[in-house]
Design a protein around this ligand. Structure first.
Ligand SMILES: [Zn+2]
Length: 265
C-alpha cells in the first residue's frame, strides 16, 4: 500500500512523504533535516523529489537531498532552478515506479507564474495553489489566472484527496465563516479542525468534495459569497474599485474581492 505521511516543517509547512515498500518520494522539501529524519526513522530510500514552485520554503532542501540520496528531481519548466532537474510541463507524466505511482502535471499559474500541481491515483499535490478553505496569495499571477487554476482543480473528482502544503485551515475557516455564516458544512469543518488541532494533528489532507462545500475561493458562483463580498468590499475604501457590483464578470470580481479581503483578514 502507498502511504502518505505529513512531515511538519518551519512554522506551518507540511512536506508530504509518499512511500511504499521502503521507497519514498517527497514533495516540496523546504528543509532537508526533517526529511532525512523521517527517512531514517521509517527506513526509507528517497527515489525522487517533486517541486511545485520556486519559493524557498518549498525548495530549500532540494539540492542537499538530491545529492545525498541521488534522487531525481522534477520541477516546473516555466521557473528557474539552480539544481539539476527534469523540467515538467502541462500534461507531462511523472513516473515513479519505485512507489508504483504515475502523476500528471497540471500548470496552475496564480501564486507563482510557473506553479504546477501533481495529480494521479486520486491524489492532488497542489503546493500553494489550493488550501483548505483558502487559496494561495497572488505573488506573480493575476486573479483571472488563479481563478482559472482553481476552477481546474474544482473540476477534479470529488473524492480527490488534496495535500495542501500549509496549516492555514483555522484562519481560513474563520474568514470563510465571515462570508458564509449560515453554511452548516463550514461550521462542522470548523469543529472537526478544532478537535484535530487540539490533538496536534494536521487538518489535512482535504478533498475536492469538501472544498467545494466550504472553500469561498471555489464558491464565487454562490449568491451568498457574491453578496457578502460586495458588501465587505464596498465598506473598505481601498477595495471599492474592485467591489463585485462594479464588474460584469461577477465570479471573477467576487474572487478578486475576497482574495483582497483575505489579505487584510
Ligand atoms: Zn509559495
Amino acid at each position: 500500500m502507498l502511504d502518505v505521511h505529513a512531515i511538519p516543517a518551519f512554522q506551518d509547512n507540511y512536506l508530504w512523504l509518499l512511500h511504499r515498500a521502503g521507497h519514498a518520494v517527497v514533495v516540496d522539501p523546504g528543509d532537508a533535516a526533517p526529511v532525512n529524519a523521517a527517512l531514517q526513522t521509517m527506513h526509507l530510500k528517497l527515489a525522487a523529489i517533486l517541486v511545485t514552485h520556486h519559493h524557498a520554503d518549498h525548495i530549500g532542501g532540494v539540492a542537499q537531498l538530491a545529492e545525498q540520496h541521488a534522487a531525481r528531481v522534477y520541477a516546473p519548466a516555466r521557473e528557474h532552478y539552480t539544481f539539476a532537474h527534469a523540467a515538467v510541463k502541462e500534461g507531462a507524466q511523472v513516473r515513479l515506479p519505485e512507489i508504483g505511482l504515475d502523476l500528471q502535471v497540471m500548470e496552475l499559474p496564480g501564486h507563482t507564474l510557473g506553479h504546477v500541481a501533481y495529480y494521479g491515483a486520486n491524489m492532488l499535490f497542489c503546493g500553494d495553489t489550493l488550501f483548505s478553505a483558502g487559496c494561495g496569495r497572488l505573488f506573480e499571477g493575476t486573479p483571472a489566472q488563479m481563478l482559472n487554476s482553481l476552477q481546474r482543480l474544482a473540476a477534479l473528482p470529488a473524492e480527490t484527496v488534496v495535500y495542501c502544503t500549509h496549516e492555514y485551515t483555522e484562519h481560513n475557516l474563520r474568514f470563510a465563516r465571515s462570508l458564509e455564516p449560515d453554511n452548516a458544512t463550514l461550521e462542522r469543518r470548523q469543529q472537526d479542525v478544532a478537535s484535530l488541532r487540539l490533538l496536534g494533528l494536521p487538518s489535512l489532507p482535504s478533498s475536492i468534495g469538501l472544498e467545494l462545500a466550504i472553500n469561498p475561493f471555489l464558491r464565487c458562483d454562490q449568491p451568498a459569497i457574491q453578496s457578502a463580498a460586495a458588501a465587505l468590499a464596498t465598506q473598505a475604501p481601498a477595495l471599492q474599485a474592485i467591489a463585485p457590483q462594479q464588474h460584469a464578470d461577477t465570479v471573477l470580481a467576487t474572487f478578486t474581492a475576497i482574495r483582497a479581503l483575505r489579505n487584510r483578514y
